[in-house]
Structures are given as structure tokens and as C-alpha cells.
Design a protein around this ligand. Structure first.
Ligand code: SAM
Length: 236
């Protein structure tokens, strides 16, 4: 996807990008390509892939993100989807979290260069961070980090009541099956499952919208080891 196709496809998402936002994204792309030559941040290293698989894909959830909200992106990597959304949603506050410090360092430099005031960068593991930030966020999102069951335990406790967990996924049918008990036990409710294909390459995408209905027991999220080894199962 080239720049012109990117601008055109954004209209299908209801986005009219401004010249200043586009300029910021172009700077981001150039900085990412250059930084990637000495520090491994992403496997997608060329312009067309960045427009499609990083920028466009990140913006497929933009309709859910409103002015004044507080958004957490778990495992943001080189800023996807969080940094791209922050550039287009200037009046929404974003916390971008990753357990890899070289990615947080890249994003800190980018944030300074773009003079973004709506982005906070955190170097930590999600299970540690969320323990101290319970019920703080309106939206939690995450792309390509972990299985849905694990992500659900990391995400739901961080959400205000009524807040939305919106993971970006490929094909999630089997993950969804194995996550149903976790979602229910942590007081989540699936509101929507939106399936579509990415333009140009036609790969399958799924956006889930899960609402945090009621307070989750403060013992969650558990340690990563426990989340991994002891799936939550509903008593029959
Ligand atoms: N979300 C980005 C994307 O879509 O390009 C990055 C995906 S990358 C495959 C997964 C990222 O999640 C890595 O940067 C890794 O350091 C981070 N990560 C994995 N587990 C994590 C955890 N428990 N807490 C915070 N970050 C985590």
C-alpha cells in the first residue's frame, strides 16, 4: 500500500487524515526504517508494508477511541497500534507499555521528535503494571502479543467499569473458545466481533470488543507463570 492508497483506504474507516497528521506518520515511517537498520524493532521494514500492516491495521480500531479517554496499549512494540492512534487522536491520552526497553527507548525518541503531549511510555511487564493501575483505563488494546485468554487476564482488571478491551487479532475462533471462561470469570462481556480482510493482501483480521461489566477480584492479574499454567475454568 503506497501513501496515496493509504489516504484513500482511511476514508473507508471514516478517517480524513490532516496534512499535519500525515507528516507525523511519514516522519514515524522514516525514523522506524532508519532505526531498524541498527536495532531490531519490527520484521516489516519497507514503506508499503509499514503503511498497510502497521499504520492502516492500527487505525482499524480508531472508531472506538474517543476524545478525553485514557487508553492502554499492552505490548506496543514499535508503537502498534498505540502510537499511530495517538498521532490521529490528539485529545486522547495513551499509555504505551512494553517489557522490551529498546522499543520503549525508540518510542521515547519518537515522542520527543514529534512533540507529542498525549503519550506516556512505560517499560514494564503488563502483569506488574496493571496490578498498580486497576480500573484506570477506558480502553485497553493489544496486537500480536499473546493468546486471548492471557491477554484477557492482563487487560480486564485495568479497565474502568464500562471500559472496553479491544484486541486486534487474526483468526481467533479457537482462542475465543478457550477464553470464554476467563472472560466470564473476570466480569467481561463480548459486545462485538468484527471480521474483515486487510486491503491489498486480503489477510483475515478480527477485532473483538469486550466490556468490563463489574469489578474484578483484586487478585487478578496473577503472576505470568500462573496465568500461563493455570487457566481459569468455571465450576460446572
Ligand atoms: N504490538 C506490536 C505490533 O503489533 O507490532 C508488537 C508486537 S510484538 C510481536 C510483542 C510485544 O509484546 C513485544 O514487544 C514484547 O516485548 C511485548 N510483550 C510480551 N509480553 C509482554 C508483557 N507481559 N508485558 C509487556 N509487554 C509484553
Amino acid at each position: 500500500m503506497n501513501k496515496e492508497e493509504f489516504i484513500k483506504e482511511l476514508k473507508t474507516l471514516g478517517i480524513n487524515i490532516t496534512p499535519s497528521q500525515l507528516e507525523k506518520l511519514e516522519f514515524y515511517k522514516e525514523f522506524l526504517i532508519e532505526y531498524n537498520t541498527h536495532t531490531n524493532l519490527t520484521a516489516i521494514k519497507e514503506e508499503q508494508g509499514i503503511y498497510l500492516k502497521h499504520f492502516f491495521d492500527s487505525l482499524t480500531i480508531s472508531e472506538y477511541i474517543k476524545e478525553g479517554q485514557k487508553v492502554l496499549d499492552i505490548g506496543t512494540g514499535a508503537g502498534f497500534p498505540g502510537m499511530v492512534l495517538a498521532i490521529l487522536r490528539e485529545k486522547t491520552n495513551f499509555v504505551l507499555l512494553d517489557s522490551n526497553n529498546k522499543k520503549i527507548k525508540f518510542l521515547t525518541e519518537l515522542k520527543d521528535k514529534l512533540q507529542l503531549t498525549n503519550v506516556e511510555l512505560i517499560y514494564d511487564r503488563a502483569e506488574n503494571y496493571v496490578k498498580n493501575h486497576l480500573e484506570e483505563f477506558d480502553i485497553v488494546t493489544s496486537r500480536a502479543v499473546s493468546d486471548l485468554r492471557i491477554l484477557t487476564e492482563l487487560s480486564l482488571p485495568a479497565l474502568k467499569i464500562g471500559g472496553l478491551f479491544i484486541p486486534l487479532k487474526g483468526n481467533i475462533d479457537s482462542e475465543l473458545d478457550s477464553s470464554k471462561d476467563t472472560i466470564e470469570l473476570l466480569n467481561g462481556k463480548i459486545l462485538a466481533k468484527k471480521e474483515f480482510v486487510l486491503p491489498k493482501e486480503n489477510s483475515r483480521r478480527t477485532i473483538l470488543v469486550i466490556e468490563h461489566k463489574e469489578t474484578t477480584d483484586k487478585k487478578y492479574p496473577r503472576s505470568f507463570d500462573k496465568i500461563l499454567k493455570k487457566p481459569l475454568v468455571k465450576r460446572k
